[in-house]
Design a protein around this ligand. Structure first.
Ligand SMILES: Nc1ncnc2c1ncn2[C@@H]1O[C@H](COP(=O)(O)OP(=O)(O)OP(=O)(O)O)[C@@H](O)[C@H]1O
Ligand SMILES: [Mg+2]
Length: 256
């Protein structure tokens, strides 16, 4: 199962990626968590220290490796399908059975930047998204701008995180529209930071599309505390872990 987690900025994409990843891994599944946000912080939610993370070179900045694998030449020639199958295992950070890969920044440029870095990242993502029997969770950048491009279309499911706010509902609706445009078959909405029935009603009453939540994670002081104490969110926020675990099945079976 390959899942892209998306939604408006600050809705809880990273927190839910960490919780969901841990939950799958507790079932004995091999889980790769991919920080696909150039301004990402998934490592912190997983309990890696700032010090550990500061020593990590994002994949997109591994120039030597990228040049070697793409057989980059001074003339500008490079391979579009470099060998990447060993990269996830070799370059991921490991903790409590989870593997974290930090992608870094995909270079932008007009009709798609033609450079060895992007060719390498693309190959890596394609490899991860076709590999069997692994759970791959992509913690995406905020918003919808990136959704029209390649990667998001190859996942099995797009999980959109929605807070009980009009703005996050609006972003979720736009994500839905884009997902259907790129013929993505499965898109599910998950509520987050829910404090009461009223919050759920608010979402229900404000969108025909987003009202079909597959479940939700409550507002949790433990999630806040995990961040303050710099502990893995799945260790400190046990109730939230239960809540996300309860909707795992639905991620697999829901259809739009
Ligand atoms: N259920 C929750 N209860 C309380 N606080 C939460 C909850 N979910 C997330 N938070 C807090 O909200 C903030 C934003 O969460 P998070 O970083 O996961 O969002 P994000 O969507 O990944 O943000 P960004 O768009 O910046 O990547 C964090 O401080 C996090 O601890
Ligand atoms: Mg995030």
């Amino acid at each position: 199962m390959k899942i892209a987690i998306t939604g408006k900025g600050g809705t809880g994409k990273t927190t839910l990626s960490a919780l969901l990843g841990y939950s799958f891994s507790s079932d004995g599944k091999k889980v790769f968590l991919i920080d696909a946000d150039p301004d990402g912080n998934l490592g912190l939610s997983l309990g890696f220290s700032s010090e550990e993370l500061s020593k990590v070179t994002p994949i997109s900045e591994m120039k030597e490796l990228i040049h070697e694998r793409t057989e980059y030449k001074e003339t500008g020639f490079f391979k579009l399908n470099p060998k990447v199958d060993d990269v996830p295992e070799k370059f991921s950070l490991k903790k409590n059975g989870l593997s974290l890969l930090i992608l870094g920044t995909m270079r932008k440029g007009g009709a798609g930047c033609f450079c060895p870095e992007n060719a390498f990242l693309k190959s890596l993502l394609s490899h991860l998204l076709v590999a069997n029997e692994e759970i791959v969770i992509l913690d995406m950048p905020a918003g919808i701008e990136h959704l029209g491009r390649g990667t998001a279309g190859s996942v099995d499911c797009m999980l959109v995180v929605v807070e009980p706010t009009l703005k996050s509902i609006q972003t979720a609706e736009r994500a839905y529209k884009l997902a259907t445009d790129i013929k993505l078959e499965k898109i599910v909405f998950v509520g987050n930071k829910i404090t009461s029935e009223k919050d759920l009603k608010f979402i229900e009453q404000n969108s025909q599309i987003v009202r079909k939540l597959i479940g939700y994670v409550s507002y949790s002081q433990e999630i806040v505390l995990a961040e303050q104490k710099k502990t893995p969110v799945y260790e400190t926020a046990k109730q939230s872990l239960k809540e996300i675990s309860a909707l795992k099945e639905k991620i697999g079976t829901a259809t739009i």
